[in-house]
Design a protein around this ligand. Structure first.
Ligand code: ATP
Ligand code: MG
Length: 741
């Protein structure tokens, strides 16, 4: 009499989303009982129950050790025959250790992909695995291979786009270093192979190295970490050929200091000492020297996306200017700590590179024009050392981010979808994943907000829409609870008393500080269950993926991201085209509501949308584009924190699985009817396969006749008012027959 068998069986109607063991099917009846036992280090080990007495069990572990344990702590294991199934839906016991074991079993055999119902789980191998290339593409295309793969999910997207005439999206998420960008590239390669021919697919693939060169950075977690979010919409013609693409990016979130070696290395396109600026006969020659292949491949990529040679030169000039700006230093000229830039190689190079007058550059870096008094008189205020350094860095950052946006614009022009567009597209989203560190700052605040939105999209599609559709169509289907993160989104977005509004408000106050911001949050939001004020300048948010504490130090400055009018004017006075273009793009922005407008003493001191507002705006646009697509989800998982192959940390994997709700999705999919088709469509699609004549030709009668002919079991489908609903995998036999006929 096992105690565990007595625990009340969880109502199958109310599945737990808490991910505690809801799978408590009695297992006392099994002869030789295999179960999972949790070791003190948190890892799970497989044990065989030898004997039970009262609520205790005697189990033997792999090393022949025998332990006496509380039976309730044991979790049922699946029979060996289910080892390494390629869809977690097939597991008899769907508990956390079984899922972890199954993924690990596959991972150890280089099977890095596993389905979790409709979601593809991808575990980063951190090494080359032989799963890609032409042979594999062909095999998935011909369907001679059907094991889970990015190719398979991309293939499905492609087929559904054509079959349903609905745009598709592939949404890739996961922590930093989990493999999102690599996965996106693999999906793009498959699309290029299937839809290639016009040559534009080569251009599309070349956008990756360009955006990576300018938008990635080496971080603690990933040597090649994307610091921007990206949605690439790939368009197809009637014949299923790629006809163009459009890239939309989300604000670059990088906090770099130009003096820092890491940033310099990055700007040098991945490698130190790569970039050289040389003078020759009065011209400046830019080249990325020591690794010629890298220079060559970047230039080649720029050629392919039709960035003109002279524009390429301007791009490198801007990069060089950003670098040289980092070298500009100042000398204190009076007792009030006012400064002037040192006129040296750095300063003169910046002036030459952006094409401005050296005196104007000096002024812009060391003084600020202000309008004061009723008559709006202009006065010139000299900057202190700290102000001058901020001004210099803000200018460099602005040039850099404008450069990135400009490149995206050029790429989009080159990939522009022609007039003969069909409107059919597949979008691939690669967005920075949820981040929770020891110390979390403004960047994490933005990133986690974006993930909160994405999670809602995920929830909506897989849970809410699912249920609503069943109910609408009159299907008898027990409700399933699901985690709804609307409350957390409200905490961020609510006006006027949400995190973002309060941040923007505080950012416009001349005397606002990070501390006054933190205090305001505590004052207004303490009663919100998703919020908790912390000591000092910190606060905690309860995200869907766990609690994160944010330190507000630097929030206001990062959110304002000020660039002074003097700097913008300097750029617009430049003789070079790019800085001029940058200046006008900044001025366009400033016509919208701005932060910092009330900044010290009124004047035309500052401009720009706040970063939060800009970020939110871009995110909304992005979500809108996803809204009308059929989503396909890929969840990337990082198996260890060392970027090393062959190491699988159960705790780390589990935490990520919980974060992205993989287990819940499987539970719901198992009990639901994920495949659906309208009566009409079903009858039209498969009606011709009918062997016997059907008396009534109405779609429903035809559909039912098809179901009978193919012996689809009654528990495997439901007939709704407008649609037929099928359990996973049921429609396969119909499709196969149809394709063979
Ligand atoms: P971030 O959010 O920081 O941008 P990410 O999720 O985009 O991270 P990637 O840059 O895609 O992470 O992956 C990190 C590294 O993991 C890659 O540079 C590569 O070395 C390795 N990697 C990821 N996926 C694969 C794969 N399928 N095969 C081999 N290596 C991989
Ligand atoms: Mg990335």
């Amino acid at each position: 009499d096992l105690k565990a068998a007595d625990t009340p069986k969880q109502s199958s109607k109310q599945l737990h989303v808490d991910s505690k063991w809801s799978d408590t099917t009695p297992f006392a009846s099994k002869k030789k009982l295999q179960s999972w036992f949790q070791l003190p280090d948190g890892n799970w080990e497989l044990g065989t129950t030898l004997q039970t007495f009262g609520n205790e069990s005697l189990i033997s572990l792999a090393d022949e050790k025998v332990l006496r344990v509380n039976s309730e702590t044991l979790v049922p294991a699946n029979p060996d025959i289910l080892d390494g199934v390629d869809d977690l839906m097939q597991l008899s016991y769907l508990n956390e250790p079984s899922v972890l074991y199954n993924l690990q079993y596959r991972y150890n055999r280089d099977m890095i992909y596993t389905k979790a119902g409709p979601v593809l789980v991808a575990i980063n191998p951190f090494k080359k695995v032989s799963l890609y290339g032409n042979d594999f593409v062909e095999a998935y295309k011909r369907k001679s291979l059907d094991s889970p793969h990015v190719y398979a999910i991309t293939d499905t997207a492609m087929r559904e786009m054509i079959r349903d005439e609905v745009n598709q999206s592939i949404i890739i998420s996961g922590e930093s270093g989990a493999g999102k960008t690599e996965t996106a590239k693999i999906a793009m390669q498959y699309l290029a192979a299937l839809g290639g021919g016009s040559g534009i697919e080569k251009e599309i693939l070349k956008t990756n190295p360009i955006l990576e060169a300018f938008g990635n950075a080496k971080t603690l977690r990933n040597d090649n970490s994307s610091r921007f979010g990206k949605l690439i919409e790939i368009h197809f013609s009637e014949t299923g050929k790629i006809s163009g693409a459009k890239i939309q990016t989300l604000v670059q979130l990088r906090s770099f200091a130009l003096r820092h070696k890491r940033f310099r290395q990055r700007v040098l396109v991945n490698s130190p000492e790569l970039f050289n600026v040389q003078r020759e006969k009065g011209h400046i020659i830019f080249f990325i020297s020591s690794v010629p292949e890298l220079q060559h491949s970047l230039e080649e990529a720029l050629d392919i996306v039709h960035v003109k040679k002279e524009d390429q030169e301007s791009v490198f000039a801007m990069l060089a200017a950003v670098l040289w700006l980092g070298n500009v230093s100042f000398t204190v000229v009076d007792s009030e700590n006012h400064v002037e830039p040192v006129v040296d190689e750095g300063l003169t190079n910046v002036a030459t590179l952006i094409g401005c007058n050296i005196e104007e550059l000096k002024l812009a870096l060391s003084s600020r024009k202000m309008r004061v008094g009723k008559r709006n008189d202009t006065i010139i205020q000299k900057l202190t050392l700290a102000q001058a350094i901020d001004t210099r860095d803000a200018l460099a950052k602005s040039i850099y981010s404008c450069l990135f946006d400009w490149l995206v614009e050029q790429i989009n022009k080159s990939l522009a979808v022609g007039k003969r567009r069909t409107g059919r597209s597949i979008s691939i989203l690669d967005i920075y994943g949820f981040e929770s560190f020891e110390r979390n700052s403004f960047e994490q605040f933005c990133i986690n907000y974006a993930n909160e939105r994405l999670q809602q999209h995920f929830n909506r599609h897989l849970f809410k829409l699912e249920q609503e559709e069943y109910i609408q169509d009159g299907i008898d289907w027990a409700k399933v609870d699901f985690e709804d993160n609307q409350a957390c989104l409200n905490l961020f977005e609510k006006k006027p008393l949400g995190l973002q509004s309060l941040l923007d408000e505080e950012s416009t106050f001349p005397n606002g500080t990070d501390l006054s911001f933190a205090n305001k949050l505590k004052q207004h939001l303490s009663s919100n269950p998703c919020f908790r004020g912390e000591r000092g300048k910190a606060f905690t948010v309860c995200h869907y993926a766990g609690e994160v504490s944010y330190d507000t130090t630097g929030f206001l400055e990062k959110n304002r991201d000020l660039l002074h009018m003097d700097s913008i004017q300097l750029l617009s006075s430049c003789t070079c085209q790019l800085p001029q273009a940058f200046a006008s793009s900044m001025l366009v922005q400033s016509e919208k509501p701005v932060v910092g407008a009330l900044h010290k003493s009124g004047g035309a001191d500052s401009q720009k949308l706040s970063v939060t507002t800009k970020f939110k705006g871009q995110l909304f646009q992005l979500m809108q584009r996803l809204e009308n697509t059929t989503p396909h989800f890929i969840r990337c998982i990082k198996p260890n924190n060392f970027q090393s192959p062959g190491s699988y940390n159960q705790g780390l994997v589990l935490q990520q699985l919980r974060c992205c709700g993989v287990l819940e999705v499987v539970r719901i999919s198992r009990s639901g009817f994920p495949t659906r088709m309208s009566h009409q469509k079903f009858a039209r699609r498969y009606g011709f396969l009918l062997l016997d004549h059907v008396a009534s030709q109405d779609p429903l009668s035809v559909s039912v006749a098809i179901l009978h002919q193919f012996n689809i079991l009654p528990e495997m489908y439901q007939v709704g008012y407008t649609k037929l609903f099928f359990r996973t995998g049921q429609i396969g036999v119909l499709e196969d027959t149809r394709n063979r006929t």
